[in-house]
Design a protein. Sequence first.
Length: 161
Amino acid sequence: MGFSPSDANRPGFYRPQAEINVTPLVDVMLVLLIIFMITAPLLTAGMKVQLPQAQAARPLNPKEPVVVVVARDGGLAVGAEPVAGADLVQLVKLKLGDDPGRVVHLRGDKDVPYGQMVAILDQLATNGITHIAIVTETGKDSGKKPDAPVVAPASATEPGK
């Protein structure tokens, strides 16, 4: 708030000025604008890389997959819920809901017979569940424990192929 000298009535007395001085406000705003313009490009984290191109690359589905687990003894589970072989397709379809693009991950113990895994894969595929991926682990040649399972798409499960 500024003060201005009065006329001749009271010499040396200042009265309040009824105008807003915008100059300091504009100065502060311009300084802030310059600071943010300089610091914003510095805040981007990571390295700049040129990603390779792939013909078979597809965007990831952000929805959680339905996981079918085949235990060593042949027991089946959908997620953590045990299920009988006859009820497998019904429960998987119930978990998939009305989203045909959702993926089913088939996790089988390494000691499960190959024929049993194929039978479960075939049972799901013949009942219209065609987005099935077989979950594996990375090779243990490097001696270090794998960070996450690897999903290999079972493309042969689509009817007509």
